[in-house]
Write a protein that binds this ligand. Structure first.
Ligand code: KG4
Ligand code: ZN
Length: 354
């Protein structure tokens, strides 16, 4: 029998309906993520109303699958955790209400978890059924569709060292990809196309943000959109979905543009990590969030960490995007620290600080 406490996690902050079960050693017994991509695809982005309804529809099958894979029934659950924000408020409400009801019916503690708290510790989750301890001190880099944050984690405090001043990293990948006709989420596809381009053939500037640890991607987005417009004047309208269907490859100029765009986005993140390291040497860097799946970011950080002799934890790819294992994990860490659970009055909030 898996060791207690068994935690059931729920994540419904955006367009993924997710349920996971972790044991007391933080081993992931099951992590089920049901994507709503096909429901939102015709609209080119996530439609909040459709997302909330889809969460309600998906939940019975997703939770049943998670319990089945974990080989446990509900009576074995010792605590329930759900994301309370930030995210789409209608979607959050679904998961939070399901979590509270479940905890109430089972008479178990309930934890309302900040989405970023889930991502922050997720590099210490393992995809092979084993478990790792979360160190007391580390620097966390969270890059997703809504955030690009640098955190300092110490035993009694999590401090935000830097954040996005405008668009988040994943968000600009999505917007640039959307302009090229790619379906949502465009980030992974832009990354893939950039692999085939030459970043030196199309260079973009990296803003300094006044020497701070903040990042700003909206200037890069404007530069990239402007460059696409200019390309269209010579190549004609670009719609990457069309040549893809025929199996053709996009023009070289576009691949180079995307490679240059990606290099500048990743370059800015690297620049802030290096800036922090110069100010206050990092001993362990833990990288998470949907955009932590970016191939160039993973390669460059790996090289950087080796050169600087910094320990690096890159979130396993299965836990980089939104999932419920990270939510159950954050709750388990709180239980271990002896923190009290949250009342059933905990509210869903679309914007909340960590
Ligand atoms: O963490 P996540 O699943 O949801 C949020 O909390 O936002 O992150 C999703 C974001 C999307 O913007 C998606 O395009 C981006 O992560 N993303 C990527 C890559 N894979 C996912 N961005 C750049 N390169 C990737 N390989
Ligand atoms: Zn996320």
């Amino acid at each position: 029998m898996p060791p207690a406490p068994i935690v059931l996690g729920i994540e419904t902050s955006c367009d993924d309906t997710a349920c996971a079960v972790l044991d007391g050693e933080a081993r992931v017994l099951a992590s089920v993520v049901s994507s709503q991509l096909s429901a939102h695809r015709p609209y080119g982005g996530v439609v909040p109303e459709i997302a909330s309804r889809a969460h309600l529809e998906n939940w019975p099958a997703v939770s049943a699958e998670a319990l089945l894979r974990a080989g446990l029934d509900l009576s074995r659950i010792d605590a329930v955790a759900a994301t309370r924000g930030p995210g789409l408020v209608g979607s959050l409400l679904v998961g939070l209400s399901l979590g509270k009801s479940l905890a109430f019916a089972l008479d178990r503690p309930f934890f309302a978890v900040h989405h970023l708290e889930g991502h922050l510790y997720s590099p210490f989750l393992r995809s092979d059924g084993a478990a790792d301890e979360v160190p007391e001190r580390f620097v966390g880099l969270v890059v997703s569709g809504g955030h690009s944050n640098l955190f300092s984690v110490t035993p009694n405090r999590t401090e935000t060292l830097g954040e996005a001043r405008d668009d988040a990293m994943g968000e600009v990948f999505d917007k640039v990809g959307k302009r090229l006709g790619l379906p949502y989420p465009q980030g992974p596809r832009v990354d893939e196309l950039a692999e085939a381009g030459d970043a030196n053939a199309h260079r973009f500037a990296i803003p300094d943000c006044g020497g701070s640890l903040d990042v700003s991607f909206s200037g890069l987005k404007s530069q990239a959109l402007g460059a696409i417009e200019k390309l269209e004047r010579s190549l004609g309208p670009i719609d990457l979905e069309v040549p893809d269907r025929d199996g053709g490859s996009p023009p070289r100029e576009i691949l180079d543009l995307l490679a240059g765009f990606r290099a500048a986005a990743v370059g800015q993140v690297l620049d802030r990590v290096e800036r922090l390291h110069q100010e206050d040497p990092i001993s362990l860097l833990a990288v998470s969030g949907g955009a932590a799946a970016n191939r160039l970011l993973r390669r460059e950080l790996t090289v950087w960490a080796i050169e600087r002799n910094v320990a690096l934890r890159l979130v396993p790819l299965v836990f980089s995007g939104d999932n419920a294992a990270m939510i159950a994990h954050a709750a388990l860490l709180r239980l271990r620290r002896g923190e009290s659970d949250n009342p059933f009055t905990a509210e869903a909030e679309s914007r909340i600080a960590m």
